[in-house]
Design a protein around this ligand. Structure first.
Ligand SMILES: [Zn+2]
Ligand SMILES: [Zn+2]
Length: 445
């Protein structure tokens, strides 16, 4: 090695060790400070929006008022807004020079359940859903996502001298029924509008606020819904010999189907089947003609899914055959596919989020709920889906140490995020993730 090469290597090492990381760090810190100032100034408005949406939730494909509230917010920020994309969805576009198109998604819908949090802004609203009256509540926290989404849009517009490209903010209906993403795509989301180059979405969860969890690769499960109608022959409860009892067949199936999970599936692979509803019968002394079971099947891998579907079908047929009953009607409907996070998109955002959040950014194993954000990924948008916590860190720590109960999870009637720190983290993390992607693209890295 000659002197010149040594010198070159030494200066290259110096650049690598000092100059580059120092620059990157300064950028993230100054950006984080700018974002925090913007969010702090905007928070009262975001809080009011959050509490209004929380108090007046709307269920899948009924989210008309919610969508108009978001449309008004986005128009005020200078976005070009198109409403009623996929029934109640909306698309908001903001162009800011040459660069990639980055999509940020929120959901619009709430759940058919009663909120029992006792919060001053709790929902007491009811609606008609699937022919029945039901309470409606934002107990999956999609209202947190909407407030973070508006906050992120506002922050990015405020920082428009720091990035170039197009923002495509979409508000998706009917995530809970895993049908809203498909509805938006079928209504020309990626043909009437430009297909985005990258996509982001977040979801809240029952862990400490201020923390973010993420993963590369599989982020959520495949979801299939299951409906089985067991046919019997109705009659008097006192003369079962003259009947074929579908209640007993259904009961046998509910227990036996769990052996598909424990005996047929590889125990190291994820797979779950849960029966969530049983409909059958009218009175204590009447054996009904039939019983309907509704359930959900969750998996990560296609081969595990195929094995489980086959096992579930075989078990249902066998349960009916044991009672010499007619074959059951089995309907399995594919819902959401697993969310696959793109390694490149995650790596870019991870660097910046790590610099901003330190050890509050945590990689985590895949989650078992499902998410139809996967539809956009499968349509060819490399994406990152991450989670943010909603509860006081001390409360979560106490639960972890066994000195307190676990705080209620999403879909619990008691799910109650702490709004300010949760929304602020959502805005900061999403803004940084989007900016990191614009920056990566601009530098051709
Ligand atoms: Zn949910
Ligand atoms: Zn949700």
């Amino acid at each position: 090695m000659n002197r010149f090469t040594k010198l070159l290597l030494a200066s290259a090492a110096l650049c690598a060790v000092t100059i580059l990381p120092a620059r990157a760090e300064i950028d993230v810190n100054s950006l984080k400070a700018a974002i925090e100032t913007s969010v702090e100034a905007d928070y009262p408005k975001l809080d009011a929006l959050y509490k209004d949406i929380h108090a007046h939730p709307e269920i899948a494909f009924q989210e008309e008022k919610t969508a108009s509230k978001l449309a008004a917010e986005m128009r005020a920020l200078g976005f070009e807004v198109t409403e009623k994309v996929g029934k109640t969805g909306l698309v908001a576009i903001y162009k800011n020079g040459d660069g990639p198109t980055i999509m940020v998604r929120t959901e619009l819908d709430a759940l058919p359940m009663e909120e029992k949090t006792g919060l001053s802004y709790a929902s007491h609203d009811k609606t008609i859903w699937q022919g029945r009256e039901t309470f409606v509540a934002h107990n999956c926290g999609h209202d947190i996502h909407m407030a973070s989404w508006v906050g992120t849009a506002k922050t990015l517009v405020g920082l428009k001298d720091r990035w170039q490209g197009t923002l495509m903010f979409i508000a998706q209906p009917a995530e809970e029924t895993v049908s809203g993403a498909k509805a938006m795509l079928a209504d020309g989301l990626f043909t009437r509008f430009k297909k985005p180059d990258y996509g982001f979405a977040l979801h809240d969860g029952p862990f400490a606020y201020g923390t973010i969890s993420y993963r590369v690769g599989i982020g959520s499960s495949n979801s299939d819904s299951l409906a089985i109608k067991f046919h019997g022959r109705g009659g008097h409860g006192a003369t079962p010999q003259a009947t074929i009892d579908p209640v007993m067949i259904a009961a046998r199936f509910i227990v036996d189907v769990q052996s598909v999970i424990s005996r047929e599936k590889d125990p190291t692979e994820f797979g779950v089947v849960s029966i969530g509803a049983i409909h059958g019968g009218t009175a204590e002394n009447i054996i009904p003609d039939d019983v309907l079971l509704l359930g959900t099947i969750r998996t990560f891998k296609p081969e595990v899914r195929a094995k489980m579907l086959a096992g579930i079908e075989r078990t249902a047929k066998a349960a009916a055959a044991m009672s010499d009953a007619p074959a059951p009607e089995i309907k399995i409907t594919e819902g959401a596919k697993a969310v696959m996070n793109d390694p490149g998109v995650v790596a870019t955002a991870e660097k910046v989020l790590k610099a901003a959040f330190g050890d509050k950014l945590r990689p985590s194993p895949p989650g078992t709920p499902s998410e139809d954000f996967s539809e956009f990924i499968n349509a060819g948008v490399p994406s990152m889906f991450f989670n943010i916590g909603v509860y006081e860190p001390e409360r979560v720590a106490a639960a972890r140490e066994g000195t307190g109960p676990w705080p209620p999870s999403n879909h619990s009637p008691l799910f109650a995020p702490v709004p300010k720190p949760t929304i602020e983290t959502g805005v900061e993390a999403m803004t940084l993730a989007v900016l990191s992607t614009f920056d990566q693209h601009a530098n051709g890295k």
